[in-house]
Design a protein around this ligand. Structure first.
Ligand SMILES: Cc1cc2nc3c(=O)[nH]c(=O)nc-3n(C[C@H](O)[C@H](O)[C@H](O)COP(=O)(O)O)c2cc1C
Ligand code: SF4
Ligand code: SF4
Length: 346
């Protein structure tokens, strides 16, 4: 029997749904289908079944695959049978009037394709699917009727793509976005090394939290722990948005106010002090702009992480005081009713 194995990761259900649609088509085409959620099965299967068609499905985070998926791909074994592979990413789709708007992949599929090509796999398909954006730290969740409409649109796209590949043909539709994807490579790098850690330190639980522990239990990377009887987010967080969207008490907020104050302190006080001191000192260790740039970037990042860690920890301690908790909660845009959470249908 023909084998289809799909490895997937999903924060809020979009990539999981794409995996289900593809699997359905696989079964209809007579394949024996296995789907593996890599958040639950970190062990890479070895050996890969010979002749199996292998798929990877994941959301896009910061114009790249999330680190969980990237690291899984790095650990993935070499193919001795030159297995066929397809790659899919779900992106931040939107809808304006009748028009479905796409998200941006950046290097997500390109990097994954490169890693697997080096490991001896044959890439036969690459496709982005523009399911609703779940990034509710940035914008309110889409209305439920819009979400349902985008899902209907994307199901057809996914099933058509699946049938093409399952019939032995190729489809590289994702490569049409190549020029814009390459242009945003620097932002993808910035997100991987800096951005995702900043986002991890914006999550807070308000007083509405009843310590049910669901967020801790469901987090795919065990990034949340109870500190002083309240959920505390570590740098391990992948910002997948699962906890924030699933909290039954709607108690998890993105602390926009706290982030704004942290950035203000960082720029107006700490960096300003460092730069007023630096010109008198010998900081240019080489004439090379690249070396100076790298040294400056490393120093700035180190200061950023230090300040972020301290302010987040301090804010967590101070949240035991009602006035401070209110300050943090009410300066979070996500607190307000119009800021919907994202719910994938079903
Ligand atoms: C932290 C974060 C970063 C994101 N970055 C991107 C991005 O760079 N490009 C994009 O199109 N969508 C981006 N998105 C949107 C998600 O990739 C998209 O909503 C995806 O379908 C979610 O899939 P999931 O429900 O399986 O987690 C981002 C979402 C989050 C939470
Ligand atoms: S899921 Fe919500 S209510 Fe439950 S512990 Fe987490 S933040 Fe608190
Ligand atoms: S802490 Fe929340 S956002 Fe971060 S990885 Fe876990 S579930 Fe996802």
């Amino acid at each position: 029997m023909k084998e289809l194995v799909i490895f997937y990761f999903s924060g809020t259900g979009n990539a999981r749904r794409v995996t289900e649609w593809f699997s359905d088509e696989g079964r209809l085409a007579g394949y024996n289908v296995t789907t593996i959620n890599i958040a639950h099965h970190r062990m890479v299967p070895n050996p890969i079944p010979p002749q199996a068609l292998i798929g990877f499905v994941s959301p896009t985070h910061g114009f790249n695959y999330p680190p969980l998926m990237l690291h899984f791909l790095f650990r993935f074994p070499h193919s001795f049978f030159r297995n066929k592979v397809f790659l899919m990413n779900t992106r931040a789709g939107m809808k304006m009037g009748k028009f479905f708007l796409p998200g941006l992949s950046g290097v997500a599929l390109l990097l994954a394709a490169l890693i697997l090509r080096i490991k001896g796999y044959r890439i036969t398909g690459m496709r982005s699917v523009d399911l609703p954006s779940n990034w509710i730290s940035l914008h309110p969740g889409l209305k439920q009727n819009v979400v349902t409409s985008i899902f209907g649109h994307c199901e057809g796209i996914t099933r058509t793509f699946a049938r093409t590949l399952l019939n032995g043909r190729k489809n590289f539709r994702a490569l049409l976005d190549l020029p814009q994807d390459l242009l945003i490579t620097p932002i993808a790098l910035g997100y991987y090394f800096i951005g995702r850690f900043v986002i991890a330190k914006t999550f807070v639980a308000s007083r509405a939290c009843n310590n049910c522990g669901l967020c801790i239990k469901q987090c795919p990377v065990n990034a949340i722990s109870m500190v002083d009887n309240r959920p505390y987010w570590s740098y391990r967080c992948e910002s997948c948005m699962k906890c924030m969207n699933n909290c039954p008490q709607r108690a998890i907020e993105t602390a926009h106010g706290l982030l704004a104050v942290t950035i203000l302190i960082l720029n107006a006080v700490i960096f300003a002090a460092i730069y007023s001191w630096l010109p008198n000192k010998e900081v240019h260790i080489s004439d090379s702009g690249l070396v100076n740039g790298t040294v400056e970037f490393t120093l700035q990042s180190a200061v950023l992480f230090l300040v972020l860690t301290i302010t987040y920890r301090l804010a967590h301690y101070l949240k035991r005081f009602r006035w401070f908790d209110r300050l943090i909660t009410y300066s979070s845009l996500t607190k307000y009713k119009f800021w919907r959470r994202y719910k994938a249908p079903g």
